[in-house]
Design a protein around this ligand. Structure first.
Ligand code: SGN
Ligand code: CA
Length: 550
């Protein structure tokens, strides 16, 4: 039969034109500049995102980003602490170049940051939530940021006009309301947007919203294998760090035991507290109604502590503190996840999802009892790695996992390239676009550079720099020690055996040292710069909160 002579069915014609139209729309969208939604939380461990691991909590909304896009299993930071990580993200440069070595000194705002490049390129830009820079953001048309660390309940915000206003509510909900309000009412629909939505949670001191608080104090969580780590086979740094749950996590400030009760009980072991006990949200900031919601929950925690703590041995005390910690930390994350869901729903409902690149990350990872710790700072996995999930429909295949060693250093160049904006030559990262769009062959980096500086300071984690490959991790701790640590990542994923100096690792150590020097030269770091930053730090000595000052 001659097909060409057959009359074409009207249905086929309609389908054909619909296909052409849709195909054309997809093609046009591919060429359109995408909106960027940059979501970052503070201290969100990948162990507490179910797309990574689901033994602690389900995070269905954050997981949506992974389901619809890509999950980076080996994303890491260049320096595991808040403001320095943010400076690296915004400048695309390592700490020793952007100069933001610690949380204390303000960021040098004469530097170019990626939002201003978006703004200059015709994007509408905005930022809501935690920046923690000691000054206001550059290159954003609109912003509302928390002063410093901010507060969980009834938070204050610095506005673009220079005012500080207090907004009643729970910080994670409030930051989301501001973000949604901007998208709904302030967005210029003739322009693409670059929006930074930056959570304070789940930062210490982990105050959940009352309903989540109540829900999570009922839960018990599995313990990490290294909860009772004794730091054998490690150097001085792990032994002297002040972030152990039993000996450094505060009864009042962290575990929510009322100062009056600890005064009466004098619990062992002794842990120095902040002078103001319930530092943070639980102070005169709360309305009576809010206090009435928290008090019965605090009553239960305090009654349990009063009755059971004196009967517990050391091991049981560690376990009690771990459970208390996880209950509050994970309850805070549950609110982050709900609110991320609200924002993703907004994008879906307003047909914005298709042309919006959504990125979810944290300023660094966090210890959830691993090595007996809370906090971050070390080059060890839980704080060195950071969550990274990206979705961008039509460009990123859904459900991909990528194992490459990518860093927060790469974010600026990635987002700029996605928006077809030229990145300045002196940015030090690499665009992740080839990985996002699956051309894995184009990725060559096999080792990353890390450098942590904030010492002496809160948590007393010693200064160190190092190199990490998929197989090994080599770190040099310096300043008041001169110690090397080497971990065989494949054989010792928990990083409890420092094999530096073992004869069978001599060859690889020499190779890694050469490679590390190569990275230091490539990125422009040096012993002279180490000394320079030590001098600056000592001039601006940061008070330890253990001296009573938060
Ligand atoms: C505060 C915390 C510390 C934390 C630093 C830095 N104490 O000082 O535990 O390490 O911030 O955190 S608390 O008073 O908030 O409880 S960072 O994320 O900002 O780098
Ligand atoms: Ca942080």
């Amino acid at each position: 039969m001659n097909l060409f002579k057959r009359p074409i069915s009207p249905l086929i014609v309609v389908l054909f034109f619909t296909f052409c139209k849709e195909h054309k729309e997809v093609e046009t969208r591919k060429n359109e500049r995408p909106n960027i939604l940059f979501i970052m939380s503070d201290d969100h461990a990948y162990q507490a995102i179910s797309a990574y691991q689901n033994h602690l909590i389900e995070t269905p909304n954050i997981d949506r980003i992974a389901k619809e896009g890509i999950l980076f299993a080996n994303a890491c930071v260049t320096n595991s602490i808040c403001a320095p990580s943010r400076a690296t993200i915004l400048t695309g440069k390592h700490t020793h170049i952007n100069g933001k070595t610690d949380n204390a000194r303000p960021f040098d705002t004469t530097q170019v940051t990626f939002p201003e490049l978006f703004q200059k390129a015709g994007y509408q830009t905005a930022m809501f939530g935690k920046l923690h820079f000691g000054n206001n953001p550059k290159g954003v048309d609109d912003f509302m940021i928390l002063p410093g660390q901010g507060n969980y309940i009834n938070p204050d915000f610095i506005t673009k006009n220079g005012d500080t206003i207090r907004i009643e509510g729970y910080v994670t909900d409030v930051i989301t309301d501001l973000t949604l309000d901007w998208m709904e009412k302030k967005r210029d629909t003739s322009k693409p947007f670059m929006l930074m939505y930056l959570h304070k949670a789940p930062h210490r001191p982990w105050w959940p919203r009352p309903d989540k608080f109540e829900e999570f104090i009922e839960k018990q969580f599995p313990e990490p294998e290294t909860l009772f780590d004794d730091y054998e086979n490690r150097g001085a740094a792990a032994k002297t760090a002040e972030m152990n749950l039993l000996t450094h996590m505060m009864y009042n400030h962290d575990s929510k035991i009322r100062p009056e009760l600890t005064k009466k009980m004098q619990p062992e072991p002794f842990v120095p507290e902040y002078k103001n006990g319930f530092h943070g949200p639980y102070s005169e900031r709360l309305t009576n109604a809010q206090k009435a919601a928290y008090e019965p929950i605090l009553d239960r925690i305090n009654a349990d502590f009063e009755e059971n703590w004196p009967k517990m041995n050391k091991r049981e005390k560690m376990q009690w503190k771990y459970q208390r910690y996880m209950q509050d930390y994970l309850a805070c994350i549950s609110s982050v996840d709900d609110n991320v869901g609200r924002v993703l729903d907004y994008l879906d409902e307003n047909r914005l999802s298709e042309n919006t690149l959504v990125i979810y990350t944290s300023d660094q990872g966090f210890y959830l009892g691993e090595h007996g710790w809370f906090d971050k700072r070390f080059i060890y996995n839980e704080s060195f790695k950071t969550p990274l999930l990206v979705k961008w429909p039509n460009r990123i295949q859904p459900g991909i996992t990528n194992e490459e060693m990518v860093q927060n250093l790469d974010f600026a160049q990635t987002l700029l390239e996605a928006a077809q904006i030229a990145a300045p030559e002196d940015m030090q990262g690499e665009s992740l676009l080839p990985l996002l769009t699956s051309n894995e062959g184009l990725w060559e980096r096999d080792a990353v550079y890390y450098h942590y500086y904030e010492y002496p300071a809160v948590h007393q984690v010693k200064r160190h720099y190092g190199i990490v490959t998929k197989e090994y991790k080599l770190a040099h701790f310096y300043y008041d020690v001169d110690e090397w640590e080497l971990y065989d990542r494949k054989k010792d994923p928990l990083e409890i055996n420092n094999v530096y100096g073992k004869p069978e690792y001599e060859e690889i150590t020499a190779l890694l040292k050469t490679k590390l020097e190569g990275l230091r030269t490539q990125y422009g770091d040096s012993d002279e710069l180490n000394q320079h930053y030590i001098d600056i730090h000592l001039e601006n000595q940061i008070d330890s909160p253990l001296k009573g000052k938060p």
